[in-house]
Design a protein around this ligand. Structure first.
Ligand SMILES: C[S@@+](CC[C@H](N)C(=O)[O-])C[C@H]1O[C@@H](n2cnc3c(N)ncnc32)[C@H](O)[C@@H]1O
Ligand SMILES: [Zn+2]
Length: 354
């Protein structure tokens, strides 16, 4: 809702928004009631759900909206393909499917206007988290291995899939924000007219040593052999996931603006929990996929409690590394320090009684 409102506030041309799998229509209703931030811009709401039994309730709900609405009970792919043929481009598509959205991604991208926004959900957690490896190959085209930052790996595989679909169309893709609570994986993405130079470097592979937990990243563009992990006399084995998105997960400047908008609207409209999540995402751009749970660090050091996240991030930064508390999963640190240095810094913090 905040993202749609942001688009409305900055729009100069009429807007067309599509709630493609609307369910009871709550999102489109909120768009109509709360997101039409610019009265000078005409906005058309298309509201669709494949189940025709939903229509009477949606119809009753949207009657009082002060914008034009178009209600349908079409199969999502039919609606998108018809819109493409009839050149009805959308400025915003909300694609809230059950399961994996794979087959609808390409038509949704094709039905978006340049710079249009796609809000995408997937409830398929098993494939990208390594619990259904054959399923990940089928639905995402990835090798998915168990990883302690499983929600993040799932989001990165999903962004990688959408990016490849956009690139096939000769378009670029910019992740705006990405989050999950472990069951549903949600992405806000912007379709770019052109592929920004060098973006192909943002697709890569992440390797994690099954023995010592060290991690390595390689862009597909420069993929070469994996060095032997130096733990346990070279007995470590890499488990490798990808291809997945290794670029940033969050557009922090936009999130800052949305936080400002949310504060302006107040907690009647934006819940404190949502605001807290936005602050967490804003503080961690997700640039770099190497993330470790502090619990794992404590276990590997054989110490009782995990190191405190805030001081650990500060100590890493003071040592010249990039570091942040992960905005995706609680109790995890993102850093470009190698595991050995990371553990050393944890040990020295412990020596200082932190
Ligand atoms: C996850 S629910 C949507 C929930 C809704 N966005 C909300 O926030 O309340 C998915 C919806 O997609 C609809 N649906 C499932 N398959 C569809 C298809 N192929 N085409 C159109 N709608 C479909 C279902 O009827 C269901 O209401
Ligand atoms: Zn190792």
């Amino acid at each position: 809702m905040l993202l749609a409102r942001h688009q409305s506030l900055h729009a100069k041309e009429p807007l067309r928004w599509l709630d493609l799998m609307a369910g009871c229509g709550i999102r489109a209703l909120r768009w109509g009631l709360e997101a039409l931030g610019n009265p000078a811009v005409e906005t058309e709401l298309w509201i669709n759900d494949g189940d025709p039994d939903r229509l009477p309730l949606i119809q009753a709900n949207v009657q009082a909206l002060g914008c034009s609405t178009r209600l349908t009970a079409d199969a999502a792919d039919m609606l998108l393909h018809r819109a493409i043929v009839q050149r009805h481009w959308f400025d915003f598509i909300d694609l809230d499917a059950f399961g994996a959205p794979g087959p609808l991604i390409q038509p949704a991208l094709r039905a978006l206007r340049f710079d249009g926004l796609l809000f995408l959900a997937s409830t398929d957690g098993r494939s990208p988290t390594g619990h259904d490896r054959a399923g990940a190959i089928r639905s995402l085209g990835t090798a998915a291995r168990a990883h302690p930052s499983s929600w993040e790996m799932a989001l990165r595989q999903l962004i990688g899939l959408v990016a490849r679909q956009a690139w096939m169309l000769g378009r670029g893709l910019q992740p705006l924000f990405s989050f999950s609570e472990g069951r549903t994986f949600r992405l806000a993405l912007r379709l770019r007219h052109q592929i920004p130079g060098g973006d192909e470097q943002k697709l890569g592979m992440v390797a994690r040593c099954e023995r010592c937990g060290a991690q390595r990243v390689q862009p597909l563009l420069k993929l070469s052999g994996w060095p032997v992990c130096d733990c346990a006399d070279g007995q470590g084995r890499w488990s490798i996931s990808g291809p997945l998105w290794i670029g940033p997960l969050q557009e922090t400047h936009l999130l800052q603006q949305l936080i400002f908008d949310a504060q302006e609207l107040g907690c009647q409209q934006i819940s404190p929990a949502t605001l807290r999540m936005m602050h967490r995402l804003q503080a961690d751009s997700g640039d770099g996929p190497t993330v470790w749970p502090t619990d794992e660090l404590a276990r590997r050091l054989g110490i009782g409690g995990p190191p405190a996240l805030g001081p650990l991030v500060e100590a890493l930064q003071a040592a010249g590394y990039r570091a942040s508390a992960s905005g995706i999963m609680p109790g995890q640190v993102r850093t470009d320090a190698e595991l050995k240095q990371l553990l050393q810094i944890c040990t020295s913090l412990r020596g200082e009684g932190i």
